[in-house]
Design a protein. Structure first.
Length: 369
C-alpha cells in the first residue's frame, strides 16, 4: 500500500525555480496579505482526548537539523495534493530536514489510518495530514502525539483536539461565501444550482458548503436555489458521472459549484463536450493548469483557488517550528515560514495562508500550476 515516498532532494529537482518564482509572486501580488489571522476555523466535530500539555514556546530556538516529516494527503493521485506536498518537501530540504509523501489512492479516512500507524511506528518527528474525515483519523493521531510526534493538519482539518496546528489555505468562511457571490455574478443572481463536492466527510468541503448555505440566506440571493449536493469523491470518473446525473435530473439547472479541483475539472470536461456548454455555468475551486482549456473554450468564465505551493511550504515550516519548540500551537505564537515570512497562530491553532484568488481568461496564463 506504500504508493509514494520521496526524499526532499528529488522533489526539489522536480520543481523548477522559475515556476516557483512565478507562482509565488503572481498570487502574492494579487491576493493581498498572506499572513496569519484569526478567521473562522473549519468545523471539526466530536472531541477526542487531549494530548499532554505542551511545554512553553521558545521563539528563538533554531530549527533542528534532520527533522523527519511525512505528508499524508487526502489521496496521492490528485494533482492539487501533489503540488502542496512537493512544496512542503521542498521546505524541509531548505531546513535540512527529511520529508516524504505517503498516502492512499482513494480519498478515504480508513485508508489514511494505516498510514498514520506506520508513520508513528517509524517515529516521524511530525505527521502532516489532509484529513478525509475529522474524527475517523483522530484515535491514530492521538496515538502518534502520545509518542511525541507533532501533528499538523493542512487543507482539510481533523478534530482540533487531535492535532497541534491546522494550516488552512484561506478563511473557510471567505471561501464559502465568495463561491456563492461568484456564481451569483455568473448567473445573474437567479436560478437553480447544484454543488459537486468531493467526499461526503471531507472537513474542508463540508465547512465551505455550510458557509455557502448560510450566504444563500441573504436577501440578494433569494432567487437562487440550491437543489442538490452531489459527491464525486475526488474521483475524476465519478465526478464526471455525477455532473451528467445532475444535468439530467435538473433540466433548469443554471450552474454547478465544484469546490474541489478534481470535481471542477471533471464537471467542466463534461459540460464542455455537451449541449449544456454556454448554458450551464461551472465554477468553484480549480488549478489553472487543469482549467485552462475550459476557460479558453468558454465553458468556464472564472473560478478560484489559492497558491497550493505556498500552502505546502507553510505547512512544512510550521511542522519544523513545532518540532523545534519555537511554537506549541497556542494562539498568538509566531513563527517564520522561510520565504513567506512570519505567521501568527490564530484561534484553535489555525494558521491561515491568505485570501483566495480568482482566475479568469485575463490572468490564467500568468500561472503554471
Ligand atoms: C481538491 C481537494 C482539496 C481541496 C481542493 C480545492 O483537490 O478536495 O481538499 O482543497 O480540491
Amino acid at each position: 500500500m506504500l504508493i509514494s515516498s520521496r526524499r526532499s532532494t528529488s522533489a526539489t529537482a522536480l520543481i523548477g525555480p522559475v515556476l516557483i518564482g512565478l507562482v509565488s509572486i503572481g498570487l502574492t501580488a494579487c491576493g493581498g496579505t498572506t499572513k496569519g489571522s484569526t478567521a473562522a476555523s473549519q468545523s471539526a466535530a466530536a472531541p477526542a482526548p487531549a494530548a499532554a500539555a505542551p511545554a512553553s514556546a521558545n521563539p528563538d530556538a533554531p530549527i533542528k537539523e534532520g527533522i523527519k516529516i511525512a505528508f499524508l494527503p487526502k489521496q496521492i493521485n490528485n494533482p492539487y495534493e501533489t503540488i502542496v506536498d512537493k512544496a512542503g518537501i521542498e521546505a524541509a530540504a531548505e531546513y535540512k530536514g527529511e520529508a516524504k509523501e505517503v498516502g492512499p489512492s482513494d480519498a478515504s479516512a480508513s485508508s489514511q489510518v494505516s498510514y498514520i500507524n506506520t508513520l508513528t511506528q517509524q517515529r516521524q518527528d511530525a505527521i502532516l495530514i489532509a484529513a478525509n474525515d475529522a474524527n475517523a483519523v483522530c484515535g491514530p493521531l492521538q496515538q502518534a502525539r502520545s509518542k511525541g510526534i507533532k501533528v499538523v493538519t493542512y487543507d482539510s482539518d481533523a478534530s482540533k483536539d487531535c492535532r497541534d496546528l491546522f494550516i488552512n489555505q484561506a478563511s473557510s468562511e471567505e471561501v464559502g461565501r465568495s463561491q456563492i457571490a461568484m456564481l451569483s455574478d455568473l448567473i445573474g443572481g437567479k436560478g437553480e444550482f447544484a454543488i459537486l463536492s468531493a467526499t461526503a466527510n471531507a472537513t474542508n468541503q463540508n465547512t465551505w458548503i455550510e458557509f455557502m448555505k448560510d450566504e444563500l440566506t441573504k436577501p440578494e440571493y433569494k432567487d437562487m436555489k440550491l437543489v442538490k449536493v452531489a459527491y464525486g469523491d475526488d474521483d475524476d470518473q465519478k465526478s464526471f458521472q455525477e455532473t451528467q446525473g445532475l444535468l439530467q435530473a435538473y433540466p433548469d439547472l443554471k450552474g454547478i459549484i465544484a469546490p474541489t479541483t478534481v470535481g471542477i475539472s471533471a464537471a467542466a470536461r463534461y459540460v464542455s463536450g455537451s449541449k449544456y456548454k454556454g448554458k450551464v455555468v461551472v465554477t468553484g475551486l480549480g488549478t489553472p493548469n487543469q482549467m485552462r482549456e475550459y476557460v479558453k473554450n468558454g465553458t468556464v468564465e472564472k473560478f478560484a483557488l489559492w497558491n497550493p505551493k505556498d500552502l505546502g511550504y507553510l505547512a512544512g515550516y510550521a511542522a519544523a517550528a513545532l518540532v523545534s519548540g519555537q511554537i506549541t500551537g497556542a494562539e498568538g505564537e509566531k513563527f517564520t515560514a522561510g520565504r513567506l515570512g512570519e505567521y501568527t497562530i490564530g484561534k484553535d491553532g489555525e494558521v491561515i495562508l491568505g485570501p483566495p484568488f480568482t482566475f479568469d481568461a485575463g490572468n490564467i496564463d500568468e500561472f503554471d500550476f
